[in-house]
Design a protein around this ligand. Structure first.
Ligand SMILES: NC(=O)c1ccc[n+]([C@@H]2O[C@H](COP(=O)([O-])OP(=O)(O)OC[C@H]3O[C@@H](n4cnc5c(N)ncnc54)[C@H](O)[C@@H]3O)[C@@H](O)[C@H]2O)c1
Length: 388
């Protein structure tokens, strides 16, 4: 029997646990260890999920000779440092997004990777892994909706609506120069680029800090939870709550997206529409098993995720028969599984085509994010250099 790929996870916060659950669904990997600076948390998770080893010191996990690949689920400010350590230890790395705090950091990671051609490196842009996004990508590539003219949509949340809402993401030292664009706009841009098979090359943005002062709790608050009743200190806010962004794609298509963390009632409202010369496709993650096809001269259509009717190459992203809902957990698993299939099949970074997001793609999203912030400040279009 083939040897399983042995895995460790660093960071047991909000997203770390989703990584555990996804890994447990993949038959050819074995979760060996977890680590968190909060050792009590790591221990609790290791016990809950029967994970054999648990560390407070991430270097111990990274140096464990029985581990082949490591997931980095730490906050953004640690992505570069931890990813670099993983690469230098000769292990495959699967990093949470955004890839870094800045494009300087992500460029540095690419340099480090250059010295380690056998290492596979992935970034968890998981929305591209929805079966219907993969299906739509193939439909668009095969000309079903004609020439894509427009790509538009949004990613809206409400978890930072009140000035009492606080998280490390508010502070640039932990989050990076951008908050809303880096955190969720990045997912939209990745999904849009994958859908139309083309990069965004120009941006023009309006970035807004709607709450210039927030109440930072004096005790720690978990991601996506509320803290209205705790003691606080007032903190000036330097990162955007909202961005509205005009975009131009390399293939000539134009579009617009908005991202917000202050839209009451919107939780993870990511939607995207591609309008082509023959038809349009629209998808919303909160109803991820459905896709709308808009026609000019006949009735519009409702497309359901149905492995029997999907584009054949998109079927591998779907598990259940039509009618049994699939969602974020499944797309998330696809993202991680495709990374491990790549390793298992002996594929090489930069040689073989990956369907998960690569570090190169993660770096490009960092450059787009910075261009959006710069555009918001300078109130003008900014071009992004594809090659730098
Ligand atoms: N792909 C997605 O859809 C998705 C969703 C949510 C979060 N994320 C990303 O995941 C990352 C983590 O976000 P989160 O919401 O889970 O944050 P979180 O604050 O809930 O968890 C972060 C964890 O890292 C631990 N940590 C901090 N410093 C550490 C250190 N030096 N060594 C080891 N562990 C350390 C913290 O104790 C905490 O448990 C972020 O980069 C975020 O953008 C991605």
């Amino acid at each position: 029997m083939m040897k399983k790929i042995r895995v460790g996870i660093i960071g047991m916060g909000y997203i770390g646990v989703s990584h555990i659950e996804a890994l447990r669904r993949i038959g050819f990997v074995e979760l060996r260890a977890v680590a968190d600076v909060n050792f009590e948390l790591a221990k609790r998770k290791a016990e809950e999920f029967s994970i054999p080893y648990c560390y407070s010191d991430i270097d111990q996990l990274i140096q464990d000779p029985e581990i082949d690949a490591i997931h980095n689920c730490t906050p953004n400010f640690l992505h570069m440092e931890v990813n670099e350590k993983i690469i230098l230890a000769g292990k495959h790395v699967f990093s949470e997004k955004p890839l870094a705090k800045s494009s300087e950091e992500s460029a540095h990671m690419l340099q480090v990777l250059d010295e380690h051609p056998d290492i596979v490196a992935g970034v968890n842009f998981c929305y591209r892994m929805y079966p219907l996004i993969q299906d739509a990508k193939l439909r668009i590539a095969q000309g079903e909706i004609g020439n894509p003219y427009l790509i538009h949509g949004s990613y809206l949340q409400d978890w930072l609506l009140y000035d009492t809402d606080y998280n490390w993401r508010i502070e640039p030292e932990y989050s990076g120069v951008s908050r809303c664009v880096g955190d969720i706009g990045s997912h939209w841009m990745d999904t849009a680029q994958v859908l139309v098979g083309s990069r965004i090359t120009e941006v023009c943005a309006n970035t807004v800090i709607a709450l210039p002062v927030r109440k930072k709790p004096t005790t720690q608050v978990e991601t996506f939870s509320t803290n209205a009743n705790t003691d606080y200190e007032e903190k000036e806010v330097f990162t955007e709550d909202y961005a509205g962004v005009l975009v131009k794609f390399e293939n000539g298509a134009s579009g617009v997206f908005q991202c917000s963390q202050i839209s009451a009632g919107r939780k993870c409202f990511i939607d995207i529409e591609v309008d082509g010369s023959k038809a349009s496709l629209h998808w919303n993650h909160e109803m991820g098993d459905r896709m709308w096809k808009g026609n000019r001269d006949k009735q519009n259509e409702q497309i359901m995720r149905n492995p029997n009717l999907m584009m054949p190459e998109a079927r591998k992203y779907s598990y259940l028969g039509a009618g049994h809902p699939e969602g974020w957990n499944d797309a998330f698993k696809n993202s991680i599984e495709s990374f491990y299939r790549f390793i298992r099949d002996g594929k090489k970074r930069g040689v073989d085509q990956a369907d998960f997001a690569t570090f190169e793609e993660g770096h490009y999203i960092m450059k787009l994010t910075e261009a959006i912030i710069q555009s918001g400040k300078e109130k003008r279009w900014i071009s992004v250099d594809k090659h730098a």
